[in-house]
Structure formats: structure tokens, C-alpha cells
Ligand binder design. Structure first.
Ligand SMILES: Cc1cc2nc3c(=O)[nH]c(=O)nc-3n(C[C@H](O)[C@H](O)[C@H](O)COP(=O)(O)O)c2cc1C
Length: 476
């Protein structure tokens, strides 16, 4: 909307008489449609001079600045595959999905696992960034988030030995209808089952999953070229940060983990060799991207009860029997030394025998361990964090610096603003929604002390059960 002056300029007398006010609804400069400009980032603390309760805010709402990018608070969106892309291209689904998060005050919005080569998708409907044609629909999302003064990045991914599989609901619907066969997408439905690449030719599940090929050195080199090209596209799109996907049984996890890497060349055989590829990729990213760089890892295969200790064969050439917190801490230190800014601590997904002890905050001890042992990196916690006090306590207690949410975003899009209200802070809604938040945006002389400092809250038992069901189905 461009407001055209009507050619009539009122005199001062006329102005006074007619009660004229010389103000317009401000537009976001340069945005392709009219969009009301927001006075400050959505979900950010309102000025403490006006809102005394913000003088000593809950840590979850303290901004954090990384390489010059200020994240207005620490409740961030974990990447979530939507299996809704058109040959890798984002669609209107993604625009609404991400746009709603920006309007509702989420920060650190991480766009879902996005493949930098087509065979790096989990399913044919995954997001992609292997071609310049992927730029425009991603840029539309980023521009919208930035128009709301929000922060948005992308998870760059290669699915490794879990590629060319069915979208989760396609699998479930057909299993419910009686299908008992595999989960591999065939050629007629956009699959690439003959070209599934991993560290070694070991399947995640011989009965259901693809049988991958061991990646040749030429293939690994071609991935580095594609990864660099994807980073160039991220610059054109304007993302605030990049997260490298090194978790959940996908390509880089396949390399670091002795259960999926039995190579005998420089990329396998001992810890140093297994860590080589993720470190090379992180270095490529660091050299080509000067904004915040994050890495998501799985801190454990959860095989303690099945296989025994993580370091199973001390003194032998391959000392480690599976991937766990000790090696994750070593990897994190090396990533930090390369210049990776944040480690996003997840777990599981690389071995079907995993025994995950799912429950509220179940991965936080891994984040805490890494935070205690690696000093030059910011730590993110994720996994069944669903309650404002629970999230705030994790940060206040120094177990992590930021908290990621996935399913809670899908269940409760207004969580950040609700959390502010619960914790006794006043944050900015978008101006269009202000009237719905008058109960939060009130001046208070002191914090709701009981909300701010209460111990870790109880999270419903159902939540843990739901987590377990999800884990059993598929770990993304
Ligand atoms: C629908 C859905 C899609 C997901 N896709 C991704 C993904 O693209 N990349 C990733 O690293 N994790 C993915 N995950 C895992 C989440 O990011 C998160 O780590 C996990 O759900 C635990 O957090 P929560 O308990 O808050 O849901 C996905 C989870 C869900 C529910």
C-alpha cells in the first residue's frame, strides 16, 4: 500500500480545526508488498524504563549476540522437515509455516534439513538448495522474517544411508493399510535407491532401509563443491546463520560413528579419521561464511545397555565401539577451535538398537556435559522442552545457553509470548496482535518471583510417552 497525497495541503488553522494528525501506518522499506513495520523484534523485551519487570529479566529473554547477529531471546526453533517441497523448492506451506513463527515471536528459526545435493534428501519431498532455482522461495521466507526483525537460518543436510525413504505419513498410512515391506522409495515415486551414499555399505536396517554404497573419495570431493555452492546460495538468500546437520544417523553421523563407518582409508578406522569429514565441512563453511555457524550432533547412540561402554576396546586401533558423549565432546572441541559458534546437542538415530531414555529434558545432560568441558562454544539444548520455567531453568542453571523447540512450536505457536507472560516479562507482540496481549504488556513493579525462580517444572507424563512413540517411529 502506498498512501498517495491527495494534493491538498491543509493550513495550520484547518489542521487544528479538523483535528488532523500527520501520521501514516509505517511500511517495511523495500518489502515487495505493504507490510507494517514493527517497532522492535517480535518477542523481544520491552524497555525496562516503561516496564520495570524487565529490569532483571528471565535469562530465556536475554538477547545473545553471535558474530554481530543479535538474537533477541533464547527460545529458538529446531529444524523440522515438512516433507512438502516441490523438487526441493519451498512452497506456500513453508511460507505460512515459517511466517507464522516470525509473527508469533520465535527467534533463531532454523529452516528444516535442506539437502545440498538431490540424493541428500531423506524423501523425494524434502527441501533442497542444490540449484539456484531454490533461492527465490527461501528468500521470500527470509525476507518476511527479517521484515519482522526476526532471525532465521538453515540446516544444511545430507541424509546419508537414510536417503530415498518414504515421507513419514506415507509410510504410516500404508502400514496401517497392511503394508509390511520396506521404507525405500522406488524409481516410479521419485526415489534414487541405487544411489544412496554413506560412509560404508552398511544399512541402517537391512529389512526396511536402503542398502547404501560406500562413498568414493571422488564423491566426497564432489560433496564439498556442492556444499560450498549451497553456502553461496545462503548468502544470496540472506540467512542469519547456517547449521550443519551432523546428527540423527545422516551422512556426517555415518562418518563419525564406528557402528556405521568401517572404512579403511583416511575417513575411517580411528577417531581422528572418522572426525575428518565433519571437520573438513565445518572448515569449508567457516572459510566461506562469516555469520554464525552452528553444528547439530547426536551426542549418543544410546547403546550402553545393548553393547556396553562407548570406549569398548581401550588400546586397540579402533578403541570405540559406538558413538557417545566422550567422542561428541572431543568433536565439539575441534569444531569450536575451527570457529563453529554453537553446538546444538541432540541424540540418537544411527543405530536401530538404540534404547533412548525419553522424558522431559532427556538430552539436556549431554548439553550440560559439553558445556562443562568445552569452553569456547555456545551450547543449545533440545528435546521435550515444553514449559517456560523448564526452558528458563536450563539457561539460568548454566546447562545450556539457548533452548530449541520442535513439536511445541507445532502445538503452541504462541509459546514465546505465553512464556514471557508466565515468567513475568513483557515482550513485544506484532502491533497487529497487541490487543490480544494486553494482559502481558502491563507495567509491573516487580517480577512474578515464583514464576521466575521456581524449580524445574513438572511436565506431564503423557509428554514423555508421546516422545517415546515418536522416537520409535522415526528419528529425524
Ligand atoms: C516434524 C519433525 C521434523 C523434524 N525434522 C528435523 C530436521 O529437519 N532436522 C533435525 O535435525 N531434526 C529434526 N527433527 C527433530 C527436532 O528438531 C527435535 O530435535 C526433536 O523433535 C526433539 O525436540 P522436541 O521434543 O522439542 O520436539 C524433527 C522433528 C519433528 C517433530
Amino acid at each position: 500500500m502506498t498512501i498517495q497525497p491527495n494534493g491538498h495541503t491543509a493550513s495550520r488553522e484547518e489542521r487544528n480545526k479538523a483535528n488532523l494528525a500527520p501520521f501514516a501506518n509505517p511500511a517495511v522499506p523495500g518489502y515487495p508488498t505493504f507490510l507494517t513495520a514493527q517497532p522492535q523484534p517480535v518477542g523481544s523485551l520491552l524497555p525496562a524504563e516503561k516496564f520495570p519487570q524487565n529490569a532483571n529479566p528471565p535469562k530465556a529473554f536475554e538477547p545473545i549476540t553471535i558474530r554481530g547477529v543479535t538474537f533477541p531471546h533464547r527460545l529458538w526453533v529446531s529444524p523440522m522437515c515438512q516433507y512438502s517441497s516441490d523438487n526441493g523448492h519451498a512452497t506456500d506451506h513453508h511460507f505460512v509455516h515459517i511466517g507464522a513463527m516470525a509473527q508469533r515471536g520465535w527467534q533463531g528459526i532454523t529452516v528444516e534439513a535442506t539437502a545440498y545435493v538431490p540424493e541428500g534428501r531423506i524423501t523425494p519431498s524434502d527441501a533442497g538448495i542444490w540449484d539456484d532455482s531454490h533461492i527465490a522461495p527461501l528468500k521470500r521466507q527470509v525476507d518476511f522474517v527479517h521484515a519482522h526483525k526476526g532471525t532465521i537460518g538453515i540446516q544444511l543436510a545430507h541424509a546419508g544411508r537414510k536417503a530415498s525413504t518414504l515421507e513419514p505419513w506415507v509410510q504410516v498410512q500404508h502400514e496401517e493399510a497392511g503394508w509390511t515391506g520396506g521404507h525405500v522409495t522406488d524409481d516410479e515415486h521419485g526415489g534414487w535407491w541405487k544411489d544412496v551414499a554413506a560412509a560404508s555399505d552398511l544399512s541402517y536396517d537391512n529389512e526396511k532401509y536402503p542398502h547404501p554404497k560406500e562413498s568414493s573419495l571422488e564423491y566426497i570431493e564432489s560433496l564439498k563443491v556442492a556444499f560450498r555452492a549451497a553456502i553461496e546460495r545462503c548468502k544470496k538468500i540472506g540467512f542469519d546463520f547456517i547449521e550443519i546437520h551432523g546428527a540423527h544417523g545422516y551422512y556426517l553421523h555415518n562418518f563419525v560413528d564406528p557402528v556405521s563407518n568401517v572404512r579403511t582409508d583416511q575417513y575411517g578406522g580411528n577417531l581422528e579419521n572418522r572426525l575428518r569429514l565433519p571437520l573438513e565441512m565445518a572448515k569449508i563453511a567457516r572459510e566461506n561464511w562469516d555469520k554464525p555457524l552452528f553444528y547439530r550432533l547426536s551426542a549418543s547412540d544410546w547403546l550402553d545397555d545393548v553393547v556396553g561402554p562407548e570406549k569398548g576396546h581401550p588400546g586397540e586401533k579402533e578403541e570405540w565401539s559406538w558413538w557417545g558423549i566422550e567422542q561428541s565432546t572431543i568433536l565439539t572441541q575441534k569444531l569450536a577451535d575451527i570457529g563453529v559458534d554453537l553446538i546444538d546437542v541432540s541424540s540418537g538415530g544411527n543405530d536401530a538398537r538404540q534404547q533412548i531414555k525419553v522424558g522431559p529434558s532427556y538430552q539436556v545432560p549431554f548439553a550440560k556435559h559439553i558445556k562443562e568441558h568445552v569452553k569456547n562454544i555456545i551450547v543449545g539444548a533440545v528435546g521435550i522442552i515444553t514449559d517456560p520455567a523448564q526452558a528458563n531453568d536450563i539457561i539460568e542453571n548454566g546447562e545450556a545457553d539457548v533452548v530449541y523447540f520442535a513439536r511445541q512450536v507445532l502445538r503452541d505457536i504462541d509459546f514465546p509470548l505465553q512464556a514471557a507472560e508466565t515468567l513475568g516479562a513483557a515482550v513485544s507482540p506484532i502491533v497487529q496482535f497487541e490487543r490480544a496481549w494486553s494482559r502481558m504488556v502491563v507495567k509491573r513493579d516487580h517480577l512474578k518471583a515464583e514464576a521466575h525462580h521456581e524449580a524445574r517444572s513438572e511436565v506431564e507424563g503423557e509428554e514423555g510417552k508421546e516422545g517415546k512413540r515418536q522416537e520409535e517411529k522415526k528419528k529425524n
